[in-house]
Design a protein around this ligand. Structure first.
Ligand SMILES: NC(=O)c1ccc[n+]([C@@H]2O[C@H](COP(=O)([O-])OP(=O)(O)OC[C@H]3O[C@@H](n4cnc5c(N)ncnc54)[C@H](OP(=O)(O)O)[C@@H]3O)[C@@H](O)[C@H]2O)c1
Length: 250
């Protein structure tokens, strides 16, 4: 029996938790050779065990160019080409205007913008012509949230990368799309909302504002990423695909 991503080589940055982990699992289930990254070795080892199939963990901080080089070196040792890059590693913290520090700005932009930029740029020599690149943006790319302006600005930047890179990569027929999850139940989100009961309360409140009546699950984002990565999305290029239960569609 063949699976949709048999013989495909897929990179998922930030693949040890949440959206990245669910997506790496989904690709592995569909037969892909998957390379995941994360900064914490213990989380990386646990994710590799959990994902199973043809998965390799490469520890690295995607805001550091030398770590991105190590990732692609590791891939090149095993494979001639990459079919899919899911540049997903990212995150953010709350800071209202008036309390934004240089460190907060630098860290958020380094992870979410610099990391995505060089993850994709450094993949180019290995990327197959006709490959698919998916960038994790967010509903915050087009909306406002109190105390979340720096993160939101990074996600607007990421969305705009897709618009421009489809022009730069036109001759190689590489598709680039942004995926914009709404509120999605992950460890990263729980941490942002203060964990435990406090996080649960915030998620319940946000769910009441979402037309679907609930927050999203990482597996629901993963399915949309697999669609964008697949041949079924062969004419889908440069879009921002919102997977948000309708949150920013109203
Ligand atoms: N959850 C949501 O509601 C939501 C909504 C919209 C967009 N997003 C976006 O979706 C993406 C995934 O978020 P998530 O909620 O799944 O978060 P998560 O559960 O915190 O997972 C984040 C993953 O990224 C890795 N990571 C973080 N910084 C990294 C770096 N500098 N280099 C390499 N790996 C790094 C983490 O591992 P280590 O910590 O070990 O590095 C982890 O594997 C992010 O870009 C986030 O902004 C999330």
């Amino acid at each position: 029996m063949t699976s949709k991503f048999d013989d495909k080589v897929v990179v998922v940055t930030g693949g040890t938790s949440g959206i990245g982990l669910a997506t790496a699992k989904a690709f592995a289930t569909e037969g892909a050779s998957v390379f995941i990254t994360g900064r914490r070795q213990d989380a990386l080892d646990a994710a590799v065990r959990q994902i199973g199939g043809k998965v390799t963990g490469v520890r690295g901080d995607m805001s550091k160019l030398a770590d991105i080089d190590r990732l692609y070196d590791a891939i090149q040792q095993k494979h001639a080409q990459i079919d899919v890059v899911f540049a997903n590693a990212g995150g953010g913290k709350m800071a209202p205007l008036g309390a934004i520090t240089e460190e907060h700005y630098q860290h958020t932009f380094d992870t979410n913008v610099k990391g995505v930029l060089f993850t994709v740029q450094k993949a180019l020599p290995l990327l197959k012509d006709g490959a698919s690149v998916i960038l994790t943006s967010s509903t915050t790319s087009i909306s406002g949230t109190p105390a979340f302006s720096v993160y939101s600005a990074t996600k607007a930047a990421v969305r705009n990368f897709a618009r421009n890179w489809i022009l730069d990569l036109k001759d190689r027929h590489i598709r680039v799309n942004a995926i914009s999850p709404g509120v999605t139940d992950t460890a990263g989100l729980d941490e942002l909302f203060g964990g435990g009961e406090q996080a649960k309360g915030t998620k319940d409140y946000l769910a009441s504002l979402i037309p679907a009546g609930r927050v999203g699950q990482p597996e629901e984002i993963a399915r949309a990423v697999l669609f964008l990565a697949s041949d079924e999305a062969s004419f889908v290029n440069g879009i921002e695909l919102f997977v948000d239960g309708g949150q920013v569609q109203i």
